[in-house]
Write a protein that binds this ligand. Structure first.
Ligand code: SF4
Length: 224
């Protein structure tokens, strides 16, 4: 359907196929990281910072994700990160199953067909339900392997936005669970692709890296 990720991304940025497009300030967001990575992380949908920069998991949740990945020696430039939903739902609410299915059928499925990862990490309930089944529950099913409709093994863990809402013992417990889930995903990737390097010496600053896109998006909005 699309020749490559550039072709997909340029079409994605023009998408107005559902009402969520009208809620976002700057239109659809895309992916970040390496499409050549054996590991794909699928989040939920963009927040305010992601809407500004046009890329997923780059704001406070993304920065916590960076730290959690670093704890297992992964940097974001060596994984592919994307979202189920590409436009920011109004008031940053959780997308409905119908919204998630519609957007992901149009875009995520095409992305993953091009990227063809070996392992997927589903972050949070919306990603788990889309990739596994609508009855799956993040609290019950995180940390368990399942097979996606793409025939790619996946494991779910908590979304970093959920961790940001926790405190005390609950937070400590959830952080350890995320750590073990990331370790399991990395171990499976290393088993399948032993030579792949998952970590850069210098941790990329995604806000700096995508500043150019933020500037483009604000300029486009001013000129619209
Ligand atoms: S949410 Fe998805 S399907 Fe809807 S307008 Fe945005 S990119 Fe298109």
């Amino acid at each position: 359907m699309f020749h490559d990720m550039d072709d997909l991304e340029s079409n994605l940025f023009q998408c107005t196929q559902c009402a969520l497009h009208n809620n976002s300030n700057h239109g659809p967001t895309s992916y970040n990281g390496s499409p050549d990575s054996p590991l794909t992380i699928v989040g939920e949908g963009p927040g305010g910072v992601e809407d500004e920069y046009g890329v997923p998991l780059i704001g406070p949740s993304g920065q916590l994700l960076d730290k959690a990945l670093m704890s297992v020696n992964i940097t974001r430039d060596h994984v592919f990160t994307t979202n189920i939903i590409k436009c920011r739902p109004k008031g940053n609410r959780t997308p409905t199953i119908e919204e998630a299915n519609f957007c992901a059928n149009n875009w995520l499925d095409a992305e993953l067909a091009l990227v063809a990862p070996k392992v997927i990490i589903a972050l949070g309930s919306v990603a788990l339900k889309y990739l596994d089944n609508p009855g799956a529950r993040i609290t019950k099913d995180r940390g368990k392997w399942f097979n996606t409709k793409y025939n790619i093994p996946a494991i779910a863990t908590y979304h970093p936005a959920y961790l940001l809402r926790l405190t005390g013992k609950q937070l400590v417990k959830a952080k350890w669970e995320v750590y073990y889930d990331f370790q399991a995903a990395l171990a499976k990737c290393q088993e399948l692709v032993p030579d792949y390097k998952f970590k850069s010496d210098v941790v990329p600053n995604l806000l700096e890296l995508y500043q150019f896109r933020k500037t483009e998006r604000f300029t486009n909005k001013e000129n619209a």
